[in-house]
Design a protein around this ligand. Structure first.
Ligand code: SAM
Length: 238
């Protein structure tokens, strides 16, 4: 499959912990069984950007504890993580996911069909910039954001509007192979928008008084954010 712009980002999918530990996390933790396991293997073989296995296991554990009923994802790709979430929360729950890339949309639909999840996953086709504002307020108890990294800061106000109070926002690929801490001058020109956008996003959520956040060095870095109030006001300069 032809990679799209996001999949060509060289910083993506660069684990930020020691290689041997990454290998340990990927091989020693439980593997996926059944058709979803086959889809995970196919994605890795074809270099499709799906969440790495350590994030799969983390997500299963987290959702098992949080037991969300209504999940939103930004960035469906081939529908792997949305299917994983739908299978993990069970038939009482629902996952809505968004993607704008026609090749991925076609593959995602095939995935949901293969896994018989068509009634439990809704795929919204288009740019999240346009779609997020059409979603109802306080609708979701868990949001997984895994899309264009420079846009996380742009999506944030709408994500916080649709997330319920007490709900959790999980965001993937936030460390950019560890380069997030480097000075922007040392970042390649074509990576600077992502670098600036991600830094702005992290500064905003990590310092906001009504958000509780924790950074987790899994894959290329994850942040978990809890919305502590009904309304989250983001300051102009955030
Ligand atoms: C890393 S992949 C998602 C992988 C998926 N979550 C998984 O693990 O199975 C990122 C996806 O986000 C989509 N994407 C990026 N920016 C987007 C936007 N602004 N609106 C909608 N989709 C977007 C891309 O087309 C791509 O398929």
């Amino acid at each position: 499959m032809e990679p799209n712009k996001e999949t060509r980002n060289p910083m993506m999918r660069r684990p930020v912990v020691k290689e041997e530990l990454v290998e340990y996390m990927r091989t020693k933790q439980k593997q996926l069984t059944g058709e979803l396991g086959v889809i995970e293997e196919e994605a890795h073989r074809e270099n499709v950007p799906v969440i790495p296995h350590e994030t799969v296991v983390f997500l299963q554990f987290l959702l098992g504890q949080l037991k969300p009923k209504n999940i939103l994802e930004v960035g469906a790709a081939i529908g792997f993580s949305s299917s994983l979430m739908a299978e993990t929360i069970g038939a009482d729950g629902h996952v809505t996911t968004i993607d704008r890339f026609d090749v991925m949309i076609r593959k995602a639909k095939e995935t949901y069909k293969r896994l018989e999840l068509e009634n439990r996953v809704t795929l919204l086709e288009g740019d999240a910039v346009d779609i997020l504002s059409t979603l109802p307020k306080d609708e979701y108890d868990f949001v997984f954001m895994d899309s264009a990294k420079s846009k996380y800061i742009v999506f944030l106000p709408e994500i916080l509007r649709v997330l319920k109070k007490g709900g959790v926002l999980m965001v993937d690929d936030i460390f950019q192979g560890g380069t997030i801490v480097e000075d922007v001058k040392d970042i390649k020109r074509n990576q600077r928008a992502i670098h600036r956008g991600l830094n702005k996003f992290l500064d905003t959520v990590l310092t906001h008084p009504d958000l509780t956040s924790t950074l987790v060095p899994l894959g290329d870095g994850i942040i978990l954010i809890t919305k502590e109030k009904d309304e989250i006001v983001l300051l102009e300069n955030e």
